[in-house]
Design a binder for this molecule. Structure first.
Ligand SMILES: Cc1cc2nc3c(=O)[nH]c(=O)nc-3n(C[C@H](O)[C@H](O)[C@H](O)COP(=O)(O)OP(=O)(O)OC[C@H]3O[C@@H](n4cnc5c(N)ncnc54)[C@H](O)[C@@H]3O)c2cc1C
Length: 488
């Protein structure tokens, strides 16, 4: 009987377990080693905002592990991997033997090394315990003051939850603009001005020199140049680092993360890695990257799981994407969004907080940035459609020129290039994933697809082909008109 061992209880692990069972690994044993309960970090903001209880962030319980035939060692840490003996050592010094090992240990906050960063009330905000600690620290405090050091993607997801609770928020960012790894300076400027309108104070280009105790247990953050910010709690959100130690100590090849190929295999026989700890292939090429996002973790979990179950499943890579709500302003960036190529179109309207940039390479869209309010006409569907255009690596042909001329008319290009139909028939592993078995309290999420959404994504191939033919004819007509104009 094949022995699968998985270290980590995040989305990589959950998806790998379900995929192993879906792909015929019924006879195999699965051992899960996780120091935290199996859960999704993406759900933490909902708990922080007070919308769901803590348990709602969990992705499995004892009954679900038993249904899936998993020996779940929750609360245990793996301390070493021996790739010759094919064993994993646990914190209690016991060992578990494996035929296939999946390292899905995620990442950890890097912290801040300035005086006072170890004071009580100064904390990271990445785990279940961090969230519990922030909720405890602010319990009973009316509109607590929170300073967040670092203005990155995850920090803002949690900031949003705090904003929903009506807390008093200040953001301090060392770089020249907020969201430096997600937005360019111009689009980030719109976000900063929006934050100002929403009552969030933003300091950019501001280095923290120290943190000290203030009056009545408050914390005082001192910035280079002399400014100070006083608050009840300080959140350090200065980035994360993949938990690669187990792998590197075992002699497995690592760089920024554990290097994996399109099957999520590492350099060691029978050892796979995925998610925030892995440096994997990127859709569109350009070398392996650590993505640190949930969709890539799901791709990796499913690809690793299928291969562990004995299938030869290889994929061409995950799309780099960030989609973020900042206090009601929607932001997204995809692919090579920071590419400064001239083969691009940019629309910027600072007064209305609207920004769009589409970047092209050859016939394809290779990067995109969006900022806009959710109720702006087409904003959210356009974000979804651009993601689809990039995910399918659609050859745009004449639609590239059309999009450059009409960046607010994504729908026509989306339909004209047949992206919806391509997406509808595309699955990562050639089969649909089975619906998730575990739902907190037996509740399941509503799955009804709205009318407009159904038109875009349901596999109505004939309707799609008809729409594509109409749109292609329109594009050809537009191109012919353009050619005859330039001939005149
Ligand atoms: C607050 C928050 C909000 C987020 N929101 C989004 C979002 O909206 N969209 C998005 O795309 N991404 C989001 N992310 C990122 C996303 O959650 C991660 O990309 C994803 O969780 C990575 O999954 P993973 O399985 O690789 O690692 P993790 O989910 O981090 O799971 C790894 C697990 O392994 C455990 N572990 C580590 N080392 C050991 C060891 N030696 N022994 C035993 N166990 C170990 C860890 O404690 C952890 O429980 C968010 C992250 C956070 C923190």
């Amino acid at each position: 009987m094949t022995k699968h061992v998985i270290i980590g209880g995040g989305p990589v692990a959950t998806n790998a377990i379900e995929t192993i069972r879906q792909y015929g690994g019924g006879e195999a044993s699965i051992t899960l080693i996780s120091d935290e309960p199996a859960h999704s970090r993406m759900a933490l903001p909902y708990w922080l905002a007070g919308k769901v209880p803590r348990e709602h962030t969990h992705t499995a319980d004892d009954a679900e592990f038993s249904r899936l035939g998993v020996d779940a060692k929750i609360g245990q840490r793996a301390t070493a991997v021996d790739t010759s003996a094919r064993t994993v050592t646990l914190c209690d010094e016991s060992t578990v033997a494996y035929d296939n090992l999946l390292i899905a240990t995620g990442a950890a906050p890097v912290g801040l090394s300035v005086p006072g960063s170890d004071l009580p009330g100064v904390q990271s905000l990445w785990t279940l315990e961090h969230t519990a600690s922030l909720l405890a620290a602010t319990e009973g405090v009316d509109a607590p003051r929170v300073t967040m050091i670092g203005a990155g993607f995850i920090g803002f997801i949690m900031l949003n939850a705090m904003h929903e609770r009506g807390w008093n928020l200040t953001v301090v960012e060392r770089e020249g603009h907020v969201l430096p790894r997600m937005l360019d300076a111009e689009s980030a400027g719109l976000v900063a001005s929006w934050l100002g309108k929403k009552g969030v104070t933003v300091h950019t280009g501001a280095s923290v020199e120290s943190i000290s105790e203030g009056e009545g247990g408050s914390k005082v953050v001192s910035l280079a140049g002399g400014a100070t910010v006083e608050s009840d709690v300080v959140i350090v959100a200065t980035g994360i680092r993949p938990n690669t130690d187990l792998a590197s100590e075992a002699g497995i090849e690592t760089d920024q993360g554990i290097i994996v190929n399109g099957r999520c295999q590492t350099s060691a026989e029978g050892v796979y890695a995925g998610g925030d700890v892995a440096q994997g292939p990127v859709l569109g090429g350009g070398g392996n990257q650590v993505h640190s996002i949930h969709p890539t973790a799901v791709d990796h979990g499913r690809i690793a799981g299928a291969n562990m179950a004995g299938h030869d499943a290889e994929y061409s890579g995950s799309l780099s994407l960030n989609i973020l709500d900042v206090c009601g302003l929607q932001n997204a960036s995809f692919g090579n969004w920071s590419d400064t190529s001239d083969d691009a179109v940019t629309i910027s309207n600072a007064a209305d907080h609207i920004y769009r940039k589409f970047i092209f390479s050859g016939d394809q869209m290779t990067g995109a940035v969006f900022v806009g309010e959710a109720n702006d006409l087409g904003m959210l569907t356009d974000v979804g459609m651009v993601k689809g255009i990039m995910q399918t690596q659609a050859d745009l042909g004449a639609w590239k020129g059309f999009l450059k001329e009409n960046p607010f008319d994504v729908r026509r290009a989306y339909i004209g290039t047949g992206v919806a139909a391509t997406l509808a028939r595309t699955t990562l592993l050639g089969q649909k994933a089975q619906p998730r078995g575990y739902h907190f309290g037996g509740q399941s999420a509503p799955v009804a697809v709205g009318g407009s959404h159904a038109q875009l994504v349901s596999p109505k191939a004939a309707a799609m082909e008809k729409a594509a033919a109409v749109a292609a004819a329109m594009a050809a007509e537009a191109e012919a008109a353009e050619n005859s104009e330039s001939a005149e």
